[in-house]
Design a protein around this ligand. Structure first.
Ligand code: ZN
Length: 213
């Protein structure tokens, strides 16, 4: 078995896409979900990707990418909005666990994005901390509209790209890893109806990686 530390960002991305393909076509292998795997990784984890996605109940990370225990380091917030705890968790996955890939996972029919669109249209801004979520999605809605894109899928793509850029802007650790060719950040847009994940943004995926000596 290939050791995770040998995986390039591109390798990790291919591994993730292959799992999604199995899920889409109805032929999942449900890897790494047995007692042997459970025991094997109990002492330490070595996930191959950090998955930062929306909390929506319909996009359970290990299911839609056909992965198992110890494969993904999952961080999720409604609307994949970025705050200090999310950034710290992602940085942990990259700098301590050495994950070569960070995935931002958004999806269609996202309630957080719908709420931000409604708020931008002069509708009600939710109360409590839901407001904080909506306010963190709003810049993506405004940026998409300023560029003449107002369809839900266009706003979704903008929000995914915005999140990818935001992670790199705010996290020095992540930006340094990407610059060094040791990690990539990709944005995927997930379609609830067919279960497929489309690439909408990528940073550092095919950076020249120094040849192994
Ligand atoms: Zn959502």
């Amino acid at each position: 078995m290939t050791e995770i530390q040998d995986l390039t960002p591109r390798d990790a991305f291919e591994l993730l896409l292959a799992g999604n393909q199995r899920f889409v076509t109805g032929s999942p292998e449900h890897p790494n979900q047995d007692a042997t795997r459970r025991a094997e990784i109990a002492p330490s984890q070595q996930p191959f990707a950090v998955l930062f996605g929306c909390s929506d109940s319909r996009l359970a990370a290990e299911i839609i990418f056909d992965q198992g225990l110890g494969d993904l380091f999952v961080v999720r917030t409604a609307g994949h909005v970025v705050g200090a705890e999310a950034l710290g968790s992602i940085e942990y996955g990259v700098s301590v666990l050495d994950c070569p890939l960070v995935v931002v996972l958004g999806h269609d029919s996202c309630g957080a994005i719908a709420a931000a669109r409604a708020a931008a249209d002069g509708g009600q801004v939710p109360a409590g901390f839901v407001r904080d979520v909506v306010e963190r999605v709003t810049p993506s809605v405004l940026a998409a509209r300023a560029a003449g894109r107002d369809q839900p899928e266009e706003i979704l793509a903008e929000h995914i790209r915005h999140t990818v850029d935001l992670l790199l802007e705010r996290s020095r650790v992540l930006a340094d890893r990407v610059a060094a060719g040791r990690a990539a950040v990709v944005g995927l847009s997930y379609r609830l109806a067919d279960g497929s994940a489309q690439l909408v943004a990528s940073r550092g995926l095919d950076a020249a990686v120094p040849a192994a000596s």
